[in-house]
Design a binder for this molecule. Structure first.
Ligand code: PAF
Length: 284
């Protein structure tokens, strides 16, 4: 039976009780409007623990001015049905006023990782994420938490934060999940019109092209970026935020691909901001 909890205190008491009983807790934090990508994270959580907790909270702290906090898609009934289907034990849905009361004043901020990729055009994003995830960890008290590799930079930020703050939570990365046509799964895909779909798919096509070029022996990042840009810029509604080939740990730019590296990109299609990424592995 799926249990829903709204109160922070009740969540903490419930987590304490589960730990007292020797149960292993897995946690999947989400902002709701669940899709197959989230379900794949839940399946990982289900496999590795006795109790699976999913949180649904659209976190205002990670949206900048002019971003889509107000219009971010929400569907609580649909989300709860999917959680039942995935045999989630607890859905934690705290309120904004419980998480950020008027007296709230603490943030968790990383020095370096956020100064790359998404953090450049979304300066408050990673502080908002690191802060809310720390708070959620203190409420759900999980042994392990599962995050998607689609948000690769977010995963690195969480791993770094857990290490720096000595948080006693195992962080598990789960592979990026794609729709049948290749588009990376995202709640924001819901905003795309059918006409924008081919433009959105150009992100995936550019990633495939890059993988193919690197496999064929091309190691010059600038050349690969230029080929990928051509694919994306063929659609006038696309505007590239960044398209970067970088180190998988530091996210610093890599000029020559002599080891597995990360290709990461963010593109606004019309008004919809999409991200994608892939590891590029040099051919032998
Ligand atoms: O990836 C997300 O959905 C969010 O950034 C997260 C981790 C739930 C924090 O709000």
């Amino acid at each position: 039976m799926l249990k829903t909890i709204q109160s922070v205190t009740e969540m903490q008491q419930c987590a304490d009780e589960l730990r007292r009983q020797g149960k292993r807790i897995a946690f999947v934090p989400t902002m709701g409007f669940l899709h197959e990508g989230h379900l794949s994270l839940m399946r990982v959580g289900r496999r590795i623990a006795d109790e699976l907790v999913v949180s649904i909270f659209v976190n205002p702290a990670q949206f900048g001015p002019g971003e889509d906090f107000e219009t971010y898609p929400r569907d609580m009934d649909g989300d709860l049905d999917l959680c039942r289907q995935e045999m989630v034990d607890i859905v934690f849905m705290p309120s904004q006023s419980d998480l950020y009361p008027n007296t709230y004043e603490t943030t968790v901020r990383l020095d370096s990782l956020p100064n790359h990729l998404c953090g450049i055009s979304r300066p408050v994003f990673f502080t908002g994420v690191a802060t809310v995830v720390t708070k959620l960890f203190n409420m759900v008290k999980p042994h392990a938490a599962v995050f998607g590799e689609k948000d690769y930079q977010q995963l690195l930020v969480i791993r770094q934060m857990v290490q720096d703050l000595n948080l006693d939570v195992e962080i598990i990365g789960s592979p990026l999940f794609r729709e049948p046509d290749g588009l990376a799964m995202s709640s924001r895909n819901n905003y795309l019109t059918p006409q924008q779909r081919p433009a959105a798919l150009s992100l995936y096509r550019s990633v495939c092209k890059a993988r193919e070029l690197v496999q064929s022996g091309i190691s010059d990042s600038a050349q690969i970026i230029s080929e990928a840009q051509k694919i994306i810029c063929a659609y006038p509604e696309n505007e590239i935020d960044y398209l970067s080939i970088c180190d998988m740990q530091t996210l610093d730019k890599v000029e020559t691909i002599d080891r597995p590296v990360l290709m990461a990109l963010a593109v606004t299609v019309g008004t919809v901001r999409l991200i994608d990424n892939s590891i590029l592995e040099p051919g032998r």
